[in-house]
Write a protein that binds this ligand. Sequence first.
Ligand code: GTP
Ligand code: MG
Length: 198
Amino acid sequence: LNYPTARFLVSAPTLALCPPDSGAEVAFAGRSNAGKSSAINALTQQKALARTSKTPGRTQLINFFSLAGDENLRLVDLPGYGYAKVPEQVKREWQRHLADYLQRRQSLRGLVLVMDVRHPLTEFDETLLGFADQKELPVRILLTKADKLKRGPASTSLAQVRSRLREWEDLVSVQLFSSLKREGVVEARAQLDAWLLA
Ligand code: GTP
Ligand code: MG
């Protein structure tokens, strides 16, 4: 797919307000500030397609982007989870919408789970892997901000995450990524192609 042709489609606060559930889409989930929006920008070679921020909790809506001018091919930027400063009530709301979206969205073909390579597999990451497992939804984990670590420690983190997920290896794959250095873009795009064009 020609990723640089991606365009903003719509923002939705709830599942009910998402665009029609037809065609195919891939969603990006992960902790607040992990680098989901930056990963979408790196993959589409656009500076500010998805809004990024130093302040965690920037993305509070489900944001949809169309690919190749086709509204039936979409990337989805999900709100981050685990941001401490958000009131408990709001957090619960988000988690409900997230669970709703992951469990019910028919056009969802795969989940990109974005984790900071320095802090992988948080409790909520594991919860999300559990959801994916239940739905038999394939997952690609991007261990992002790989530019923050030297080669050795980055490879160690990759190996550790792989070994902890061995029981799920049919459904889950893992790679290093850096939006800053555009590392891992080719591999991640190949996975998106495989899901969206199947
Ligand atoms: P929320 O929308 O709040 O859930 O966050 P997000 O996961 O979309 O994170 P976002 O892409 O906004 O990035 C958060 C911060 O991390 C920003 O300051 C980015 O510039 C920085 N960042 C993201 N990816 C990378 C990366 O690969 N390398 C480095 N060094 N910084 C990154
Ligand atoms: Mg974001």
